[in-house]
Design a protein around this ligand. Sequence first.
Ligand SMILES: Nc1nc2c(ncn2[C@@H]2O[C@H](COP(=O)(O)OP(=O)(O)OP(=O)(O)O)[C@@H](O)[C@H]2O)c(=O)[nH]1
Length: 292
Amino acid sequence: MIKTYCGFVAIIGRPNVGKSTLMNHLIGQKISITSRKPQTTRHKVTGVYTAEDSQYIFVDTPGFQNKYLTKLNQALNQSVVNSLSNVDAIVLVVEAGIFNSADEEVLKLLPVNANVILCINKNDLLKNKDELNSFTNSIANKYPFKSVIAVAAKHHNGMEELLIAIKPHLPESVFLYPEEQLTDKSSKFLASEIIREKLFRYLGEELPYSLMVDIDKFEETPTVTKVYATIIVDKDNQKPIIIGKGGEKLKKISTESRLDMEKLFDTKIHLEVWVKVKTGFADDVRFLKQFE
Ligand SMILES: Nc1nc2c(ncn2[C@@H]2O[C@H](COP(=O)(O)OP(=O)(O)OP(=O)(O)O)[C@@H](O)[C@H]2O)c(=O)[nH]1
């Protein structure tokens, strides 16, 4: 039997340092989402990455509200500290060249003797290596970090190095999550999230608030996965905004969604997206029920 390693990893840092970007690039296509929680943990799982003999389970730290950090009282801080004590490794993310009072607050939450890896993100923003070295030196002794890794998550730089730095802290264990497969529910959810993301990108200010993406069908075959989606809007005049002149906008949204889905699900995707008006749906509890 080959040995396998599996552990919980928290990614923390003040707002805007690039935690979400980092998470997306770390787990890449092998995203696995929150609904399947193993019984062994109280943590909310945000992503799972499995590579060869190791499984990294990235978790949210409950109660960790870095937005309101300065207002957090002692008790709440303590609960964050406790939850951080329950993970196997912590990745503390900071932004290259900046270490301010909000970063200091986050630093205070680190439990003593935890396996903390300092991740200096956005290193592409620094002009040269000297600048990076002096910044690293200025913060490296603020905590007994197990390692310090400089990355540029947005450009997918340093991801492998960071995973390698986390690996020694994963305990020997069986994998708690299936290596590849996503449940049908998660696949549908991920597909709708991809479309929603494009809607946000291409509609911007015009985006009607009462809008919903429903995946009517998610059909996997050996050669192609067929996805049928409906964008539901509240008012008649919202429909042409989404469709755009000559269907241009909806086409763009569909094409980009399809490409993202092909990457994520690693298969050919046939995607059909429709826009439907359902007046007053936002208030109709029965209607909303079917999306639960
Ligand atoms: N230049 C550069 N920008 C980056 C990098 N990583 C992330 N960003 C940008 O930093 C901004 C914040 O990134 P997020 O991933 O949303 O940061 P976050 O820490 O999750 O933010 P909160 O959700 O507010 O806590 C975005 O505009 C990213 O595109 C990087 O490596 N280099």
